[in-house]
Design a protein around this ligand. Sequence first.
Ligand code: ZN
Length: 291
Amino acid sequence: MRWDGNRESDNVEDRRDENGGGGSGFSLGGGTIGIGTIAVGLVAWLVFGANPLQVISALSGHQSAQTQQPPAHKPPADDREAKFVRVVLADTEDVWGGVFRQRGGQYQAPKLVLFNGATPTACGQGQSAMGPFYCPADRKVYIDLAFYRTLQDQLGAPGEFAQAYVIAHEVGHHVQNLLGISSKVDAERQRSSEARANALSVRLELQADCFAGVWGNHADKARHILESGDLESALNAASKIGDDTLQRSAGRAVVPDSFTHGSSEQRVRWFKRGFDSGEIDQCNTFAERRL
Ligand SMILES: [Zn+2]
């Protein structure tokens, strides 16, 4: 991915040398197979979660045995990863600014918080093990950069454009928030059965994937960021974090009713639909009979 020298966003809030507000972290790296397995299972299960509160309550049951304080951590002098995040976030600001303008609106950019281990959010205590997430209540994207190692080494999805897709997906949730889609879906989920609530969550997640694709389309047209193999790396990431693939690799039965993010095939297809068209109107997952 070509991004060196591109504009960097001012909307990144760096909390990496804070200790997580007194909260306990959840080990991601894992010195033992047990912790690693649990951490990967959780990360996998929760990757790109749209509902941190739900995630936090799910996590709390697992914390007693494996909690540990996040290590004190100073960002490296050559902080290339943070620079990368600032560039990608700036790119989403430029693209979504243009898309909103074109439709007569005004884009309000989200903040992005870098943290280590744990950090307070308006949606409750954020934890690394949740994977990157978006909190609608404070309009912030949260990411522990250790997730990029998990993505590459444990989930098998390397590549900068795959990493950019992670950010673009979370920004996609912010766009849904601005468009009033998230609150509608949330209200609907409240009065739904669990299976239906999950089905609605899948539609929301696939739309965020599609929005990430829309970003990729515009970003590449404007700034030629894609190199050979980049698109494949994002599609591979989308595939590796499909619910069916994650359930299978966690050694569980594949249960479509329990899906909250969509199957690998669906995630790849909706990202591609956004990427190929560059049109948010192509991302109406709620109007499709078959996803
Ligand atoms: Zn998501």
